[in-house]
Design a binder for this molecule. Structure first.
Ligand SMILES: Cc1ncc(COP(=O)(O)O)c(C=O)c1O
Length: 470
């Protein structure tokens, strides 16, 4: 061996390496178009990565939503789809999987997460009521506002600081929540909206101690606590690894213990549950369930399919069971960490600690020469695409939208570009290519100019807004 032998990934960190608990049996070829082609494609897309054609993308880190690779068992399950309009057997399999792993009694399937957000918002919010939450999520807040709710951010302050190393930056600040209850009165609070992990904060987890404390406070005031369970499995992994007393507990048990603190949950199954489409809403209150299963018929479909095919529900039921396996969750989160550690090692500014589903580049520190009105995170997403066809997503001023009352931009403290890792899709070599591309953009940072917003739609503008170079 030479004096400086090449080291495996594990050796570099002084431990044994891990590997994905699966092998690849089918592949989808990738292609990278040339630089001139990428320039053209990006200009045609109005410098918005949501408007690129997927065929023009090399490594697609736009989102982890609906982009997972399904297992052979999930595909086999799809062949057992019971496409009856009513009472599909796959619905009952899904109901059983949710009851077992998330613990809620009543289940309403929906076509995806926002379908469930719509239903719970319509049923549980009275016009003018407050909805405290641990940072906003785009579709969640919009549905709460469309139902007449007023969102209030009660997350801990550290969540807004990309450099804070606090291990549970998704936690609710009990002081902020208590002050809101005191000021507005419990009757004026629709429910507490708790997400685990917190997407917009960088995939940051909520601790078990925090959810228990929030439960105690809300119970004291008769306020309901609902969970956005979209990435709750990943949240359970962080509890296992970082919170006292959980290292020996399986993810599945931690997930149940956490959900048991809440009155119900909505879910975008396109994330944790390893499916390409699907969602659900599940609660323990029989009266509310009656209302929800009536409303789902209006917007999604009958209460035993909610906008999904039977085969989709079967894939989801199987995906739920696979998603709570410890070796799966570990390899998923460790892959994200691998990319984050590389970038940190190279002094590239990212949100720390590294979250569960994505690396969030801190565009403010990346481009200190740009003001927030020059859309630094949108600019960085454009630059990464130009460098070698990597697609990321803006999570800053564009995603935050406008204040419905004043019409001004919301100006979030966090101005981030998200590299989201799909589950079971890319290899460590892909992560290396991504890391080198981020490094190239970083080395070119002084020469980078911002963007000008030239079009924005009324709702969720980040999906369809268009930009130009000034
Ligand atoms: C935390 C969170 N909640 C809700 C949603 C909405 O789910 P969907 O995209 O399935 O409508 C998402 C999707 O990105 C999410 O990340």
């Amino acid at each position: 061996m030479s004096e400086h032998p090449l080291q495996t990934m594990g050796q570099q960190s002084g431990r044994r390496s891990w590997a994905e608990p699966w092998k690849i049996k089918m592949v989808e070829p990738l292609r990278m178009i040339d630089r001139a082609g990428r320039e053209r494609a990006l200009a045609e897309a109005g410098f918005n990565t949501f408007l690129l054609k997927s065929d023009d993308v090399y490594i697609d880190l736009l989102t982890d939503s609906g982009t997972s690779a399904m297992s052979d068992r999930q595909w086999a399950g799809m062949m057992t789809g019971d496409e009856a309009y009513a009472g599909s057997r796959n619905y009952y399999n899904l109901e059983a999987a949710i009851r077992k792993h998330y613990g809620y009694r009543y289940v309403v399937p929906t076509h995806q997460g926002r379908g469930a957000e719509h239903l719970i918002s319509q049923v549980a919010i009275r016009r003018g009521q407050y909805v405290p939450g641990n940072m906003y999520f785009t579709t969640t807040r919009l549905h709460q506002e469309l139902a007449g709710g007023i969102f209030v951010d009660v997350i801990v302050d550290e969540a807004h600081d990309p450099q804070s190393q606090a291990p549970f930056k998704g936690n609710i600040d009990l002081g902020k929540l208590e002050a809101l209850i005191e000021r507005e009165g419990a009757a004026n609070i629709a429910y507490v909206s708790l997400a685990g992990t917190v997407n917009m904060a960088g995939g940051q987890p909520v601790s078990m101690a925090n959810v228990k404390a929030v439960r105690a406070l809300t119970a004291q005031h008769g306020i309901r606590l609902y969970l956005d369970a979209t990435r709750m499995v990943e949240n359970a992994f962080f509890i296992q690894q970082q919170e006292d007393g959980y290292l020996d507990q399986p993810i599945a048990a931690i997930l149940r213990e956490f959900c048991d603190q809440t009155d119900g949950a909505w879910m975008s199954a396109k994330k944790d549950s390893l499916v390409n489409i699907g969602g659900w809403l599940a609660i323990n209150d029989a009266g509310l369930f009656e209302e929800l299963r009536n409303l789902v018929v209006v917007y999604e479909g009958l209460h035993t399919y909610g906008g999904l095919a039977g085969r989709d529900m079967e894939a989801m039921a199987i995906g739920i069971a696979e998603s709570v396996q410890d070796d799966h969750v570990r390899s998923r989160v460790e892959q994200v960490r691998y990319l984050g550690e590389l970038l940190s090692e190279w002094q590239i500014p990212i949100v720390r600690p590294i979250g569960g589903h994505a690396i969030f580049l801190d565009a403010r520190r990346f481009y200190p020469q740009l003001s927030q009105d020059q859309f630094p995170a949108q600019t960085l997403a454009a630059e990464l695409y130009l460098d070698c066809g990597i697609r990321s997503m803006e999570r800053g001023i564009v995603s935050a939208g406008r204040d419905p009352k004043t019409g001004d931009h919301h100006r979030p403290k966090l101005e981030l570009t998200r590299l989201t890792i799909p589950r079971r899709v890319y290899t460590q070599a892909h992560m290396d290519v991504v890391a080198e591309s981020v490094l190239a953009a970083y080395q070119n940072r002084d020469r980078t100019r911002g963007l000008k917003l030239v079009y924005e739609p009324k709702y969720l503008r980040f999906f369809q807004a268009r930009f130009e170079r000034p």
